[in-house]
Write a protein that binds this ligand. Structure first.
Ligand code: SIN
Length: 286
């Protein structure tokens, strides 16, 4: 079905859609909102350039997509608790950046976010792109035998590595972000590896290097071979959607269908993004 209210240009072979013809700060009517949502479900990631949103406008538009998700380890802003700032300062030249490992947002939660919205406030002159990997394609390109085996398995998701007591974030890295670490990050939650999307009904591979630490009822060592294979497979070049940011661009992605990572290639320059998440469903087995 074509779009009547917006224009959508496909960005990459693996998906991604650039939406034009909307002014989010001015408010969108229900038909436009429904088209944006449809474009998101069809393209997995959408960019909407030239949107001068402050935190109030970002939060107001986000709330049209569903109730806010819970931000477990990053404190929101004082005035807009559902908006978090993702910031790397020019003098922070560590190899760690927020979101720099492949992941699906907060996949260790009982109901991980469906959508994430990220708005570009300040960008390096070059670099700082975000990569997405299409997990429908990752699932569909596995052999029938592998799909059969994975269909009975659940992955154990945990925030332990990035946010646990041994986390690098404890050392004050990324000082402009309000990151919490601690024992609560040790919890684990099982989710199906073959995940049925609650809105599209399609099956996606649901395991990511950031948070899927082992398979259910197996040790980390026993799980490592298969999980390593899946982690490498899930980010093959033909699954990648690359977002090259411009100031004021809003990107929205569907965590049920993509993984993502923030490329850390802009040392010496500041990057500031503002982010919200939308509560999703409990992951369904395919
Ligand atoms: C994130 O994982 O939400 C951060 C993505 C980015 O900064 O590009």
């Amino acid at each position: 079905m074509r779009y009547r209210r917006i224009q959508v240009r496909q960005m990459c072979g693996a998906g991604g859609g650039e939406i034009t013809g909307v002014n989010l700060a001015a408010g969108v009517d229900d038909e436009t909102l429904a088209e944006i949502r449809r474009a998101l479900l069809e393209n997995l990631v959408v960019t909407i350039p030239d949107q001068p949103l402050d935190d109030s406008a970002l939060a107001a538009f986000s709330a049209r997509l569903g109730p806010f998700g819970i931000e477990p380890f990053v404190e929101g802003s004082e005035t807009h608790p559902n908006v978090i700032a993702v910031v790397k300062e020019a003098d922070e030249t560590t190899r760690f950046n927020f979101g720099g490992n492949w992941h699906s947002d907060w996949s260790f939660q009982d109901t991980p976010p469906s959508f994430t919205l990220l708005h570009a406030r300040e960008l390096p002159p070059v670099g700082g792109d975000t990569l997405f990997a299409n997990q429908y394609l990752a699932w569909e390109s596995l052999s029938a035998g592998m799909q059969r085996m994975l269909s009975g398995l659940r992955g154990m998701h945990s925030a332990r590595r990035p946010y646990g007591p041994q986390s690098v974030f404890r050392q004050g890295i990324l000082r402009s972000m309000k990151i919490r670490t601690g024992e609560e990050a040790l919890a684990e939650r099982a989710h199906p590896i073959a995940r049925r999307h609650g809105e599209t009904g399609r099956t996606a591979l649901f395991a990511n290097r950031g948070y899927t630490i082992r398979l259910e009822d197996m040790t980390e060592a026993e799980s490592a071979g298969l999980l390593d294979y899946l982690h490498e497979h899930s980010i093959r070049p033909e699954f990648i959607i690359r977002v090259v940011w411009r100031p004021g661009m809003l990107t929205i992605w569907d965590n049920r269908a993509v993984q993502h990572m923030a490329v850390n290639d802009y040392h010496g320059h500041r990057r500031e993004m503002h982010r919200t998440t939308i509560k999703g469903e409990e992951p369904l087995a395919a």
